[in-house]
Design a protein. Structure first.
Lengths: 144, 80
């Protein structure tokens, strides 16, 4: 199956995605889930909003999966990132790969999530217990 | 002078107070235009941490601007 990256608004369904990784020659599959947690840099987080610019995010995400597929000789690679208002415990991002052996699968999964976090136009606004909110990684607009 | 459409996202949109504007510019690169608008809207993130896309393609800050371009300014990304 061709690698596929998607920005989604509905809840992520890991079980359905995992099925897409199956391959008769695959001896390893590694998945990563990013969850919404209740704290960041010492502040109590109560909810998150994710925003993406899908026309560019989809292309860049797809490029990352294609890079990983070639570099780590994967049989399959899938990634979904959710946008909108998320609650604590929600799955915000899911990455899954399959390959011949575990080393490549671990490395590829790590590569994909790291590249997605640094390259794909997705933004995260945290809402704090005290009532404030702020865009993560930005100097601009902090505690807006 | 050329006319371009600029779009802002996330923190930039909130800081600018709108999500897009059409403007005339004599800047010939995306980076030059960004610096002018960053000053106008008080964006303080350095270009090294931001990204730019022209007509939905990620590009470099020295990419040339052309009449009718849609220039997208992305503040520091934070997926995951």
């Amino acid at each position: 199956m061709d690698p596929r990256f998607e920005i989604v608004t509905d809840p992520i369904d890991p079980r359905q995605l995992q099925v897409e990784l199956e391959h008769q020659s695959a001896g390893a599959s590694v998945c990563f889930e990013g969850w919404v947690r209740d704290n960041n840099e010492g502040r109590r987080v109560v909810a998150l909003d994710y925003e993406a610019y899908a026309p560019v995010a989809d292309k860049e995400g797809q490029l990352i999966l294609t890079e990983a597929t070639q570099r780590f000789e994967l049989f399959a690679a899938r990634c979904q990132h959710r946008t909108g208002a998320l609650q604590l415990g929600d799955c915000a991002v899911w990455v899954g790969v399959s390959s011949g052996h575990r080393g490549a699968a671990f490395d590829a999964c790590r590569y994909i999530i790291d590249e997605v976090k640094s390259r794909v136009p997705i933004w995260k606004k945290e809402h704090y217990k005290e009532g404030e909110s702020g865009w993560i990684n930005c100097v601009t607009g902090q505690s807006s | 002078m050329i006319t371009v459409t600029v779009r802002y996202f996330a923190a930039f949109r909130e800081q600018a107070g709108h999500d897009q504007e059409r403007l005339e510019t004599d800047h010939d690169t995306a980076g030059g235009l960004f610096l002018e608008l960053a000053e106008r809207h008080n964006f303080t993130d350095p270009t090294s941490r931001c990204k730019v896309a022209i007509n939905d393609e990620l590009t470099s800050w020295d990419a040339p601007l052309q009449e009718g371009d849609h220039v997208l300014f992305f503040p520091p990304v934070a997926g995951g």
